[in-house]
Structures are given as C-alpha cells and as structure tokens.
Design a protein around this ligand. Sequence first.
Ligand code: SAM
Length: 236
Amino acid sequence: MPASLRAHYGWLLTLATPQPQRLLDVGTGDGRLLQVAADLGIPRRVGLERKRRWNPANRDFDATIADAQRLPFPSDTFDCVVENESLEWIKDPVRYLQEATRVCTPNGHILTDDTDWDTLVYAAQDTARARRVLRAFCDTGPNGWIGRAAPSLMRQAGLHDIQVHVRVITEREFAPHTLGHRQAQVIHDWLRQTGDIAPTQLDDFLADLHHTATRGDYLFTLNRYVCVTRPTPQSS
Ligand SMILES: C[S@@+](CC[C@H](N)C(=O)[O-])C[C@H]1O[C@@H](n2cnc3c(N)ncnc32)[C@H](O)[C@@H]1O
C-alpha cells in the first residue's frame, strides 16, 4: 500500500472517536482501509463489495457480497460506516447514505472519503497536454466532482451536522509503489479505453512525468473530501 494512502486511512479513522468496535467498509476493493483498521486494533471489521467474484489477498475481515444500496444488516449493527472512493460508482448514492444511516448506531459515525478529480495535480512540463488529459479523466468518469458533491448528498439523505474536511495527499516521489504513479497508469488505461485522448498523447503524458521526476521537479497532489456525521446529531 502506498505510504501516503496508509497515512491517510490512519488519519481518517481517527475522525470516528471513540475508536469504533464494529466497522463497515462499503466498496472495500482490495481491503486497504480494513488493513489499517486491523493495525489500529479495531476488533470487528466487515467489508462489502458488489463484485460476485471477490477474493482480496490476505483478507482478515468478514466479507459480504451485496449492493451498497441494500445493506444486508439489521439496523444499528455498526458504530462506524465508511466508504472510500466508492460513492461515485454507486448508482444512487443518497439511497446508500440512507442505508448507512440505518445500519449505523445513533451515536456512531458515517464517513465518506472521495477524490475530487477536477482538482488532481501533476507537475509536468507540457502543461497543456497534462491539463487535457486530467480534464478528460475527470469528465469521462462516473462523477469527477463527487468530492465537492458529497456534503450535499449527505444532506439529501437526511443527515445533519456534517463536518467537511479536505485532506491533500501529497507525493514528491514518482515510483511504482506511490499513489501518483499508480493513478497515472489508471488515467492512462482509462483514457485508452474511452478513446478521448490519442494513445500517443497518453504515452507522452506518462513519459513527461518520468522526465519531470528525473529532474527532481515531480509533484502529485490529490484532494480527498471527507464528510463526517452521526445518524443522530449530538446537539438534538
Ligand atoms: C474505486 S474502488 C475503491 C475501492 C476501495 N474502497 C479503495 O479505496 O481502494 C470502488 C469500489 O466500489 C465497489 N462498488 C461500486 N458500486 C458498488 C455498490 N453498489 N455496492 C457495493 N460496492 C460497490 C466497486 O466494486 C469497487 O471495488
């Protein structure tokens, strides 16, 4: 796991205090958040994925295959419900947030953690090409503005007293184990598939990042919009 991401997940989980005892991670993917939760000593960890064939490596959490819009748990089951970068893929995110509210205990925490793709930054030499590539990635994904939309989605789901944090993940190293390196490859592969940018431009974009890094000028920043609330506001 990229060190920058591990640090981010560690910080994210401190927003739910006291430390949760029963954590649900929706749209778990390869289970990186739950790995950090285990390291922090959170005892009951449940991951949920819609993928039928889902078998993350080194799994040490309970795995459930289901749709986030219909969580297969009784009310008040978890004291923390979290998602990372899944909200934009869920067809009806408000419905998901209502379900998260149902399965969360009244004084538990609901966390969302989503990248705003329109504010992704790579230092590159060819600024016009970098801008074209990043804009195309933002605009062809399911919802490039999900980060800034998350507080409104929570409000539409009937949640109140929403704290909003913007955490900037920053890297200055460009290497296969870094988040920025992996993300650049995701952008390359995604746009190869959509056909919105010519393949040579995409290859040149990656080469540009390598050259920028070789000169010591590389910088990557990614804005995670984090919303935190409780099903029952403490003030009520
Ligand atoms: C971009 S990945 C993020 C994975 C992981 N949370 C992370 O941050 O590394 C989004 C994940 O959400 C899952 N997902 C999308 N829609 C879903 C749904 N309706 N119900 C459950 N999982 C869903 C996808 O299968 C995918 O694994």
